[in-house]
Write a protein that binds this ligand. Structure first.
Ligand code: DQA
Length: 144
């Protein structure tokens, strides 16, 4: 049975492709899913990619990642990154390694994006490479 990597995406990431393309580029979440699935196949991994605009869904999915024995979670929590103590606590509550992912580099943007409740609990962070951030995070997850 191939090991599964959860790829969890938070609010507004369903609009990738049309959302502020000057910041986030033109790739859609489906494009990113396809790219991850292609690489995962080569690595002998499986991808379970999900998106929700609701914080509690992301908390539930983090718990589920541990319950089903996922190898790792790649988490782009969108704006919840900067606000969510609940996601911070959920990452701490599970043993499954969580890698924080961002398309943009939040540290070069508005001050309110400089704090990451996710990053403070995550194993690692990859940001600023556009869709490639997800692929680099998958490579990292594979080597864990
Ligand atoms: C983001 C960065 C966040 O600050 C923002 O709220 C997002 C996207 C990124 O991938 O660059 O929704 O997580």
């Amino acid at each position: 049975m191939p090991e599964t990597v959860f790829v969890l995406n938070g609010p507004n990431l369903n609009l990738l492709g049309t959302r502020e393309p000057e910041i986030y580029g033109s790739a859609t979440l489906d494009d990113i899913a396809g790219m991850l699935e292609d690489r995962a196949r080569e690595l002998g991994l499986e991808i379970d990619l999900r998106q929700s605009n609701h914080e509690g869904h992301l908390v539930d999915w983090l718990h589920e990642a541990q319950a089903v024995g996922a190898k790792a979670v790649l988490l782009n929590a969108g704006a919840f990154t900067h606000t969510s103590v609940a996601l911070h606590d959920a990452i701490k509550a599970i043993r499954t390694p969580v890698i924080e992912v961002h398309l943009s580099n939040p540290h070069t943007r508005e001050a309110f994006r400089h704090k990451s409740f996710v990053g403070m609990a995550a194993k690692a962070t990859i940001a600023g490479f556009g869709p490639l951030s997800y692929l680099l995070a998958l490579e990292g997850a594979y080597r864990l």
